[in-house]
Design a protein around this ligand. Structure first.
Ligand SMILES: Nc1ncnc2c1ncn2[C@@H]1O[C@H](COP(=O)(O)OP(=O)(O)OP(=O)(O)O)[C@@H](O)[C@H]1O
Length: 722
């Protein structure tokens, strides 16, 4: 059925599939996949990279076209390859880095041109734990921290991955994994995959020509990757991981044995379970096992020392600890890859000594997905605790996000360096930073709308207008075709908005079952049921909090509504990045703001302006007018910090609560979610007050009358009056 028609007040129900081609002339993400998942392909000068360009063209021809595509809107991802008898992992050819034919590699200048045209920037971070230099500019100005000097940060031009076929031809991934990729329909690598896969699969091959003179041989890399939302970072970290484990398993005698090789940390259960699914599809038939962490799952085997039979003698303690870490059974969960939220794994690692954790000595790869939030104060201790528990000297760490502030980068690199010093690791590895496009910016392929709704009731009216467009419009910015997500600041607000909108979808279109709410107060089972129903297209409007703002991939979602303004620029980038995934065009991101939000929206307005500039929108068509940008006040650092931690004050804690969740004095109900304006509510309250007052007066008058009667009559029942 045409969702938009059903929701339009003036039109009748048309019985067509929700994900069908009947999406009007507006091209929306739910209409199908994009023929090219890449976001940037600036022209390369004619003479450069000809050979490779041909390959890309070829791939483009092979790619599925939008027109013929009839997909179930943001339906479950391409089904995993059918389990044909898998080719044994041992049969896969093994291409060592030395055997790669130099003919297959590009010249450095070609690499440079291609990387530039895809807006990829690769930088080697300083080799040692070089502290940032304090530079005093003048006597009057404060000392500034100069983070970059030419010698410390080296821009390099590694081999880009031009086609997935190169994964096998150049980097020697197994045939089985190559088949899995093909069967899932991956054809053209996205920018982050172009840049990161060569670096992680064969750093020497990838960096060979680029670094020979300037930085010498590089044995391995720890990677900080910053790439737009929906640009395929999951696949970028999973391919090297599964490949590495397969290679290791080839050398093991007992093929049934699994020992924990890699830990992937994600901030929410929803994202962790999505990663598990992706990893399972990729490793089908490879023998690599993936498990999602859950409460009660044993990661560490118990030993005599743990059950209380160990000695307390301090002279023996160190030896015992060493013995213990050797003896601990790492494969209790019997898995190669564990995907987890930070809290779950850290509590599974806690030892009987408070504040101490069991080590994970077999883990060789640690992946932090949404690394900036994992290293933010909320999760920092838990994430660093797990990182610290990974004691293997060969550990490689990769960090991924669409946003990464310089403080997070500094924390990550200092953790890597101090760990190397602590464990006395000496090898030729380097930290590499990969940035795709403009750092910390929103994807350029969606339409942004920043809408002033003045008041809370104004926001509700505006949302209803999006849900029930009254005028037929071909302009994607005037309507929002479900499925879409609505973000609120708090759980009570999400619940209240859900209650308010519950009956907005006509019964003929499925009624209240089409709208749902998801937040962290729900049980795990309820959360996962809502996720499944949304993915299956049963739910059209999903109201949620920031719990779904990061990483979650609902392929063809058409839009995002920020019912409440996000708490930071990064939160905006991630929320709106739920649409426009894998290069799909037509996604819409609507942000409502009221007078309470005015001090905070400049940041968002700037992000929108930068995104439109990136997309090449001429100034005349920009939705962010210069006068508005100039007029909006600039929040102070302190205000930004407060906003990030607690959200907009007027909405803190719930519907309209003040500080610490208490209703602000004299402002009770000011921010409640309701269609009625404050004036209407005042009239209603006055009416109610008048009725109550008149009842009270009647009661008082009756009481006075009764008081004049003899006392005995109080207890006598006079029967029902005729
Ligand atoms: N090379 C590719 N070609 C086509 N689709 C791809 C490709 N790589 C990934 N995708 C698809 O792109 C979508 C987004 O990928 P993914 O979830 O990994 O994005 P992400 O970069 O991690 O985003 P976020 O920052 O929001 O977490 C997924 O549906 C994935 O299957």
């Amino acid at each position: 059925m045409d969702i938009l028609k059903i929701l339009s007040r003036s039109t009748k129900h048309v019985n067509k599939s929700a994900g069908g081609k009947d999406t009007g002339s507006v091209k929306v993400p739910s209409a199908g996949t994009s023929s090219n998942p890449q976001l940037y392909h600036d022209a390369i000068p004619e003479s450069r990279g000809k050979k490779r360009k041909r390959e890309v063209e070829q791939n483009k021809e092979d790619a599925p076209g939008d027109e013929d595509e009839t997909i179930d809107f943001f339906a479950t991802k391409v089904a995993p390859p059918k389990s044909k008898t898998p080719r044994s992992a041992d049969q896969a050819p093994q291409a060592s880095e030395e055997t790669v034919s130099q003919e297959k590699l590009l010249e450095e200048e070609e690499c440079r041109q291609i990387l530039r045209s895809h807006r990829l920037k690769v930088t080697l971070l300083p080799p040692g734990n070089a502290p940032p230099k304090k530079v005093k500019k003048s006597k009057k100005t404060k000392p500034v921290t100069k983070l970059k000097t030419k010698d410390e940060y080296t821009q390099v031009y590694p081999q880009p991955l031009m086609a997935f076929s190169e994964l096998r031809d150049i980097y020697g991934i197994s045939g089985r994994m190559a088949t899995n990729l093909k069967e899932q329909g991956y054809k053209i690598p996205t920018e982050v995959q172009m840049g990161s896969l060569p670096l992680l699969l064969g750093p020497q091959t990838a960096l060979g020509t680029s670094t020979a003179e300037s930085v010498g041989k590089i044995a391995g890399v720890d990677l900080l990757a910053v790439a737009p939302t929906g640009s395929g970072k999951t696949l970028a970290f999973l391919i090297p991981l599964v490949n590495q484990i397969m290679q290791k398993r080839r050398t093991e005698k007992d093929k049934e044995e699994h020992s924990l090789q890699a830990v992937i940390i994600a901030p929410t259960k929803e994202l962790a379970s999505q990663i598990v699914n992706e990893a399972k599809k990729l490793s089908l038939g490879t023998g690599v096992k993936v498990v999602g962490m859950r409460k009660g799952l044993k990661i560490i085997g118990t030993t005599g020392a743990e059950t209380g039979s160990g000695h307390d003698e301090s002279s023996e303690e160190e030896d015992e600890e060493e013995e213990l870490s050797k003896k601990l059974v790492q494969g209790v969960a019997k898995t190669d890859i564990l995907v987890t939220t930070p809290g779950l794994l850290l509590s599974a690692l806690s030892s009987s000594k408070p504040g101490e954790h069991h080590p994970l000595p077999t883990v060789q790869t640690l992946v932090l997905d949404e690394a900036d939030v994992l290293l933010d104060p909320l999760f920092r201790d838990q994430t660093l605790g797990i990182w610290d528990a990974c004691t293997n000297t060969d550990l490689r760490v990769t960090l991924w996000s669409a946003t990464m502030g310089s403080n997070i980068e500094a924390l990550a690199s200092s953790t890597i360096h101090s760990r190397r010093t602590k464990l006395e690791i000496q090898d030729d590895s380097r930290i590499v930073r990969l940035v795709v496009g403009l750092k910390d910016s929103a994807i350029p392929n969606i339409t942004h709308r920043l809408t002033y709704a003045a008041t809370e009731p104004g926001k509700l009216i505006a949302l209803r207008q999006l849900l029930h467009p009254t005028a037929k419009s071909t302009d994607a910015t005037q309507s929002l075709r479900p499925p879409f997500l609505v973000f609120t600041q708090t759980i009570p607000r999400a619940v209240a908005l859900h209650a308010e909108l519950l009956y907005d979808i006509p019964a003929e279109a499925g009624g209240s079952s089409r709208i749902a709410v998801l937040h962290s107060d729900l049980s795990d089972a309820a959360r996962s049921q809502v996720m499944t129903r949304f993915r299956n297209g049963e739910i059209w409007v999903l109201i949620t909090t920031d719990i779904l703002s990061r990483g979650v991939d609902f392929r063809g979602i058409n839009g995002v509504v920020n019912y409440d303004v996000p708490n930071s620029g990064a939160a905006y980038i991630h929320r709106v990045g739920r649409t426009g995934r894998a290069g799909r065009d037509g996604g819409v991101a609507v942000t409502f703001y009221t007078k309470e939000d005015i001090p905070y929206v400049k940041n968002i307005a700037n992000i929108i302006a930068a995104s439109e500039k990136q997309a090449g929108k001429p100034a005349s068509e920009a939705s962010m007018q210069k006068w508005l940008l100039d007029a909006l006040p600039k929040p102070s650092k302190e205000e930004k910090k407060k906003l990030k931690m607690y959200g907009v004050e007027a909405r803190r804690g719930g519907l309209g609560a003040g500080k610490e969740g208490k209703e602000a004095k004299g402002k009770k109900g000011r921010m409640q979610i309701s269609t009625k304006s404050g004036y209407e509510r005042k009239l209603e309250n006055n009416r109610k007050g008048a009725i109550l007052g008149s009842r009270r007066r009647i009661r008082e008058a009756q009481k006075e009358e009764n008081d004049d009667q003899p006392a005995v009559e109080d207890t006598e029942w006079g029967g029902i009056d005729e």
